[in-house]
Design a binder for this molecule. Structure first.
Ligand code: LMR
Length: 394
């Protein structure tokens, strides 16, 4: 029967990871997959995570099932991290998921159950896997303008005109912070206008927040999500712990459905539990438990916040260094946007041919749409990249 299967397009990001691994050139630079790396090129286990894991190893006495939506303490800790006191806890239904991707999938499943003819408005561009998942699920995707290729900032007028076309029963997918792949983000005034627009049209927001703490700080990066969740009747949120806790392979995420009408919570909660049962039964526990320990133990939390802040500042420094080196190498300010972008990614705005030239001639790997992972750089490789960019004619 399997002869009827058709080969699927390979994921651009994962294909690039493989190509990088197979490249024998010692000077190669990996600016591909969105994984944080320190100056030595390592993706370390965060100190607080390691400590919590040790404590867990000592104290855990069973690996029996927890619950269909995971440990409620994980949901409590994450809801408080992401939403603060923007909404009342009893308005939020939540289920632990395998990573942020699992949360994206479960939120979309829930929206599709509510409206089988669902349309999802997505930023152009967005994380490629958003598009792939929705195509696989048979969900109609409607792109909205987002990235301004001239300024490398947000085309807010275009975005607004396009999301005004979404109505009741549609989802508008937003990135909570550190937009992937562009690095260009909304300011708070713009978030407020988006909230007002959603209220005017009746469309429901879904926020993917995968990089809280990587942009302007833990609180600042959640501000847009908090504003939306407290302003509109219903919000879906897909959260990932992969990056800000560095627990990529533990697959730790949370799907949330916020409803201002707290009587809706029970049904939303049952729906998320049902969806977990259909797709994988119980979500993974180890990463979620470690994250809960880190968030609820004051000493571990303080250490985690301090390390995360170092990571964030390190990336900002690299951004500033790169913008400065490019100014030096090109004699122009046209790369200043790199210091304005936030998070791990920036879209350089180069053609696919130039991106390929950087790979072939300089061993510099970035995604074909010219998304680069700033954390793949270090002080020594920044000038190398700047020279290569200018030599390639970007
Ligand atoms: C990325 O965008 O590179 C990350 O979110 C990793 C992934 O799964 O694609």
């Amino acid at each position: 029967m399997f002869e009827t299967l058709q080969a699927q397009p390979s994921d651009k990001i994962l294909a690039l990871m493989k190509a990088f691994r197979e490249d024998p050139r010692p000077e190669k630079i990996d600016l591909g997959v969105g994984v944080y790396k320190n100056a030595k090129g390592q993706t370390p286990i965060m100190r607080a995570v390691k400590t919590a894991e040790k404590q867990l190893w000592e104290s855990q006495d069973t690996k029996s099932y927890v619950g269909l939506v995971g440990d409620p303490a994980f949901a409590d800790a994450m809801i408080s991290l992401i939403l603060g006191d923007a909404v009342a806890r009893e308005t939020v239904a939540a289920a632990a998921t395998p990573g942020g991707t699992g949360a994206v999938r479960q939120c979309l499943e829930m929206a599709k159950m509510a409206n089988p003819k669902l349309r999802v408005f997505v930023s152009d561009p967005t994380w490629p896997n958003h598009l792939s998942i929705m195509k696989f699920m048979g969900i109609e995707v409607v792109p909205y303008r987002y990235f301004d290729n001239e300024t490398r900032g947000v085309d807010f007028d275009g975005m607004l005109a396009d999301i005004k076309q979404a109505g009741k029963g549609d989802i508008v997918l937003l990135h909570g912070c550190c937009h992937n792949p562009t690095g260009a983000n909304l300011n708070l005034t713009e978030w407020q206008i988006v909230a007002d627009t959603l209220n005017a049209t009746g469309a429901t927001p879904m926020i993917d927040i995968a990089y809280q703490g990587f942009g302007d700080g833990l609180e600042e990066d959640a501000a847009g999500t908090r504003l939306i969740a407290s302003s509109v009747p219903e919000t879906l949120i897909a959260a990932s712990c992969s990056k800000n806790f560095g627990v990529y392979r533990e697959r730790t995420g949370l799907a949330m459905a916020v409803s201002q009408d707290s009587s809706a919570k029970a049904l939303n909660q049952d729906t998320l539990a049902f969806l977990n049962r259909q797709n994988y039964s119980f979500p993974p526990d180890h990463g979620a438990r470690v994250v809960t320990m880190v968030l609820t133990d004051p000493a571990l939390r303080a250490d985690w916040e301090a390390e995360l802040e170092d990571v964030r500042r390190g990336m900002l420094k690299l951004r500033e260094q790169l913008a400065g080196e490019l100014q030096r190498a090109s004699g122009s300010d046209r790369f200043g946007f790199l210091a304005q972008h936030r998070g791990m990614f920036s879209r350089l705005g180069a053609s696919a041919d130039l991106v390929e030239k950087l790979r072939a001639e300089h061993g510099i790997y970035m995604i074909g749409d010219s998304r680069m992972n700033i954390a793949g750089l270090n002080e020594k490789t920044v000038p190398i990249l700047a020279d290569a960019i200018v030599k390639s004619g970007i």
